[in-house]
Ligand binder design. Sequence first.
Ligand code: C5P
Length: 221
Amino acid sequence: MIYNIAIDGPAGAGKSTIAKKVAGELSCVYVDTGAMYRAMALYLLRRNVNRENPDEIGEACQGAEISIEYKNGEQIVLLNGENVNPFLRKEEVGNMASVSSANPRVREKLLDLQRKLAASMNVVMDGRDIGTTILPNAEVKIYLTASSFTRAKRRYLELQEKGLCCDLEEIRKDIEERDSRDMNREISPLKQAEDAVLVDSSEMTIEEVVKRILQIFHEKV
Ligand code: C5P
C-alpha cells in the first residue's frame, strides 16, 4: 500500500528539516513543493515579469515546465530541463514565490505534478496546501508551526552561522508578511486541515518533533 504524509505550516517552522528526517527514518521520498514554487518564481524573475500584475504572471508561467528528479535521495528541480537547485534558496526567489504562488494558473501548473508523485510512491510532502488541497486523503496530516519569534530566531541563527549579517526584527517582519500573504490568499490559503494533527515546535527540539510525527504515523498507518 502506498502511503502519503502531508506536512503543512508557515515559513520557517522547520518543515523541510523535519520532513527530510521523517522520510529518512521511513525510507520514503521527501517532496519539497516549496522548491517547485521557487523554480516557477525563478522563471518569472528571469523574464522580468511584473510581480504586481497577475495576468502577466498567469500568462508567463505557461512557458515554464517543471519536473522532478531524484539523485542520491536529493530532489532536483528541473526548469525546462535545467537543474535550478543552486538558485532556489535566494531571498528574492522566496519573496517572488510567495507572491506568484497566489496565482491560480501557477498553482494549476504544479498540482498534477505533486499529485502524480504522491500516487506513485510513499512520500513525505511538505508545503502549504498539501493536507487541504493536494492530498486530501493523505494517511497522515501534520500542521507544523511555531511562534513567529521562534521562527525568526531560528532563521537569524542559521544566517549568522553562514557568516551573514542580519537583523532579527527585520526577519520577523518578513516572516509575518509571508504568513499573511500565504494565509489570506484566495486560492489554497495556508490553514490547518480539519483532520491534521497540530504540532507546535516552539519549545521542541528537531529530534522531539521527528519522534512525535513518527509516533503519529505508527498510530495511523
Ligand atoms: O516553503 P518555501 O519557503 O520554500 O515556499 C516558498 C513559497 O512558495 C511560500 O512562501 C508559499 O507562498 C509558496 N508555497 C505554496 N504552496 C506550497 C509550497 C510553497 O504556496 N505547497
